[in-house]
Design a protein around this ligand. Structure first.
Ligand code: ATP
Length: 207
């Protein structure tokens, strides 16, 4: 998957959040979208995911050399974010069945292996609403990385995770990010230090 941003800007009402973003994202690489709270990271990530339009400029998605229309990008995307709610009235087992009714598992994976990856064999029938916040975050990450999609977008991936959870997240990245286009939206170094390419929103602030 390749994503090209040409002179992208976004405003809400009269306030420009960023302007003049020219950037190329390429398959097989990991990118960090950086910036302090409220700088526009999530806004840019929503534009990259084609769920929000830029106010100016052009974004192009390509997969296997062919242009992907904005309304088709979600099929190629795996996304995890603290503001994306899980279906809380499902058990883990039901949630995995539901999720993978829409997405394919990464090759070699099935429901049992997702639960094993999480280490939640004993909690498979517990309702998600009764999971702790750190457990829910692990579930979001596991569903995202175990879905067979070329674009992996992770917004604040270690929100609510303790030290062990952060190590677990880094092991997921090592194992599942290699051949994808991975974009991490973050302001915490431990979440993105493995990303060789970094885009800082602060560089695109022009009033
Ligand atoms: N729908 C909206 N309408 C108006 N303003 C918005 C809207 N969405 C975001 N904003 C504003 O755009 C700016 C950037 O928000 P955004 O959520 O992209 O920042 P962020 O860098 O992801 O922040 P954080 O690190 O706190 O998650 C903020 O000032 C926010 O209030």
């Amino acid at each position: 998957m390749e994503i090209s941003l040409q002179n992208i800007g976004r405003r809400f009402n009269r306030d420009w959040i960023f302007k003049g973003v020219d950037y190329q994202f390429e398959q097989g690489n990991s990118y960090a979208v950086l910036g302090p709270n409220g700088s526009g990271k999530s806004t840019l990530v929503q534009i990259i995911a084609a769920s929000l339009s830029p106010s100016e400029g052009t974004i192009t998605h390509q997969y296997k050399g062919k242009k992907v229309e904005a309304e088709e990008v979600f099929r190629l995307l795996s996304f995890a974010s603290p503001y994306l709610e899980l279906l809380e009235d499902f058990s883990l087992s039901e949630l995995i069945d539901f999720h993978f009714g829409f997405k394919q598992f990464v090759p070699g994976f099935d429901k049992h292996q997702v639960i094993e990856l999480l280490g939640f064999q004993n909690y498979r029938n517990r309702l998600i609403k009764n999971y702790s916040s750190g457990m829910k975050q692990r579930v979001k990450l596991a569903l995202a990385v175990c879905s067979d999609a070329p674009l992996l977008l992770l917004d604040e991936p270690t929100a609510n995770l303790d030290h062990q959870g952060v190590d677990w997240y880094l092991s997921l990245i090592e194992r599942f990010a290699a051949n994808r286009l991975t974009i991490i939206c973050s302001n915490q170094e431990h979440e993105y230090s493995f990303c060789k390419q970094q885009l800082n929103i602060v560089d695109y602030k022009r009033v």
